[in-house]
Design a protein around this ligand. Sequence first.
Ligand SMILES: NC(=O)c1ccc[n+]([C@@H]2O[C@H](COP(=O)([O-])OP(=O)(O)OC[C@H]3O[C@@H](n4cnc5c(N)ncnc54)[C@H](OP(=O)(O)O)[C@@H]3O)[C@@H](O)[C@H]2O)c1
Length: 250
Amino acid sequence: MTRNVGILGYGRFGAFWAQLHAADFAIHVHSRSPRREQVEQDGFRWHDTEASLCSHVDVLFLCVSIGAMEATLARIVPLLPAGTVVMDTCSVKVWPTRWFTEQLASRPDVEILACHPLFGPDSAAQGVRGLPLVLFPLRCQDETFAYWHDHFVRLGLAVHEMEPHEHDRLAAYSQGLTHFIGRVLDELDLNESPIDTVGFRHLLSIIRQTCDDSTELFYELQTYNPYTGEMRERLDAAFKKISEQLNRQE
Ligand SMILES: NC(=O)c1ccc[n+]([C@@H]2O[C@H](COP(=O)([O-])OP(=O)(O)OC[C@H]3O[C@@H](n4cnc5c(N)ncnc54)[C@H](OP(=O)(O)O)[C@@H]3O)[C@@H](O)[C@H]2O)c1
């Protein structure tokens, strides 16, 4: 039975994820930067080292930035007690699952699930009910997958079992495009006005939902997903096509 859940990486998402699981588990935290005061204020147990965190938990959620995942995995592989379940939370899936399988090849005694909650502190501000979460059993017992699947369903999430390439293909648009458009719109310094249409208010809300995330996360969404390059080329071509159609009218 899972009692102790570890959060490695207490950034925007790690802190949010810890809070979401606080009612069901004892939460243990370690992060690269010292965050004891903040973590204890939030009601969780701080660990000074990755080794201490790993030795106290049944399940470890990796909430570090995508670019830090490979090196983080290399450090923690020898620290994981047999029987630990490890789950990432990365917003892309192809590269992290490759790193998981390579780095944990020598640890068949550790179970691995790929996980991506498609929401965060901004999009879940009104609660998580009905929001999507992708889960994929990379190397785990059927009971482990069923346990976490059911746990996320109990939280009210819409859980989708999806393999990493399919996830990244779809996320290149549902997430990559949205964040790209959010950053582009933010460049325009748009403001509310008394004659805003509903559509314009939706555009402003896209800025709010995307631009609070770190610039690092934005770059990682665009560079670690093998399908976002094609998405941006298609977007560029679509802009040009519509502009050319318009130019022909003048
Ligand atoms: N933001 C979201 O809405 C959202 C939603 C779903 C999934 N995610 C995923 O959650 C993860 C974190 O995103 P975030 O939004 O929380 O980003 P963030 O606020 O920038 O936090 C990044 C985290 O990674 C740690 N980190 C960065 N570089 C590191 C390194 N070289 N070695 C060790 N730790 C390092 C940071 O540690 P310190 O701060 O302690 O230095 C921090 O805990 C990403 O994998 C992202 O794809 C985010």
